[in-house]
Design a protein around this ligand. Sequence first.
Ligand code: PEP
Length: 252
Amino acid sequence: MARRPFIAGNWKMNKGPNEADELARELKSALAGNTAVDVAVAPPSISIPAVAARLQHTGIQVAAQDLHPQVSGAFTGQISGEMIRQLGVAYALCGHSERRALFGDTDVIVNAKVKAAFRAGLLPVLCVGETLEQRDGGQVEAVIEAQLSGGLEGLEADQVAAVTLAYEPVWAIGTGRTASPAQAQEVHAFIRGWLGRYPDYVARTVRIQYGGSVKPGNAAELLAQPDIDGALVGGAALNAESFAAIVAAATA
Ligand code: PEP
């Protein structure tokens, strides 16, 4: 059975509650006809209530950009999966490269967040990807392998099958520089092969998104690759028209 395409938008630290509500309203109308693609948006956590309310019954899911591994406690400024889940959120990004680079999220922490997402009833979107230095040093597979085995450590096969993976080469995020479809496919195929250590259905089921400067103009070619099952979109997700065009490209 073919994997259903999954396009997610990461709004990063953009769109407070008022602007987020406006963008959600635009998305609701731009994506009204979509039935073929799973879609989610990840607003800043403070905007989640407004977006979740606006997108109720639209089929567009809400994702959190991050979560704390613990349920509750003395963790000033943090939000747990259980709290996020109360807002009707379906997914949680875990290990986005900005979290890894700017906020110290190691593979051990990312793994704790993936497990916390499951504990709270959220589906994790585990982000992996190499820096330009690592690519130039021929370390792409070693880096991805370490992030996969670290991030998925201790999960049951059924849980791994429910994870979405997002391959996001760090050098392509927010830079306007996209991996070529062939470059992206090569890593996606490597990831799919790596999943072969689990029972067969896992590699067949797991959706692997590509992320890194995906735009309406390059989405179709990327999404046509056999192991690219969707996209994690940053900049182009902040505009309803361009995000809807990327969703449409997933069905082409
Ligand atoms: C991202 O933030 O995950 C991302 C891929 O950003 P952009 O599309 O802006 O490169």
